[in-house]
Design a protein around this ligand. Structure first.
Ligand SMILES: CC(C)(COP(=O)(O)OP(=O)(O)OC[C@H]1O[C@@H](n2cnc3c(N)ncnc32)[C@H](O)[C@@H]1OP(=O)(O)O)[C@@H](O)C(=O)NCCC(=O)NCCS
Length: 169
């Protein structure tokens, strides 16, 4: 694997680049935009990947939402850098983060069903995510008619090598 596509923990200096990446995808209705003040406050949740030119070209966050559950969110790879394994690498980095935090379950609310099922996630009814619904979704403009798909992964049952089997190309 090229060192350039290994995700690293985000720094405060990455916030403006993360903000721009999220805004671009949000304009297409693919995810929620995040305000700069939110990103500064939640930067510890983020991993980023850089291009060979050291530009931040992808990001992903793992947000704990309950004692054993976390959410994968704010996942985006710059359009010209897609299809090289960066999205997969970012999700893998978040899965590693789950183990450090002792999170057993992760989910994502997304339109990218196939991307996540390829990584071992399963489609579930949103009703299995009650804490998430009450803590966050009620404040979302899409509530209660959210058309995103809930994808779920039981990290405690995941073999360590499962997501590590395919590296960046
Ligand atoms: C979803 C996204 C992050 C994928 O990033 P990427 O770097 O292109 O993904 P990868 O190259 O790591 O792809 C991993 C695998 O998923 C597949 N894949 C990638 N994007 C896919 C998509 N949109 N739908 C279905 N499969 C997809 C790839 O073909 C690859 O398959 P393989 O295992 O057979 O090789 C990227 O398309 C993106 O930024 N989309 C816009 C933002 C968005 O929708 N984010 C999700 C919100 S939670």
């Amino acid at each position: 694997m090229s060192k350039d596509c290994i995700p690293r923990k985000a720094h405060l200096e990455d916030v403006k680049a993360i903000h721009a990446l999220l805004l671009q995808a949000a304009k297409k209705g693919l995810l929620l935009p995040r305000a700069l003040i939110y990103l500064y406050g939640h930067i510890r949740n983020f991993h980023v990947v850089e291009s060979p030119e050291s530009e931040v070209v992808g990001c992903c966050a793992l947000a704990p939402v309950w004692e054993d559950m976390g959410e994968i969110c704010s996942l985006v790879v710059r359009e010209d850098m897609r299809g090289q394994g960066l999205g997969r690498a970012l999700v893998r980095a978040c899965v590693s983060g789950c183990r450090e935090l002792r999170l057993k379950k992760i989910f994502s609310l997304t339109y990218q069903e196939s991307f996540f099922t390829r990584l071992g996630f399963n489609v579930v009814d949103k009703d299995v995510l009650p804490q998430k619904i009450w803590a966050d979704c009620v404040n979302c403009a899409k509530y209660p008619d959210c058309d995103e798909i809930a994808l779920f992964l039981d990290v405690s049952e995941l073999p360590v090598r499962k997501l590590a089997s395919k590296n960046c190309r």
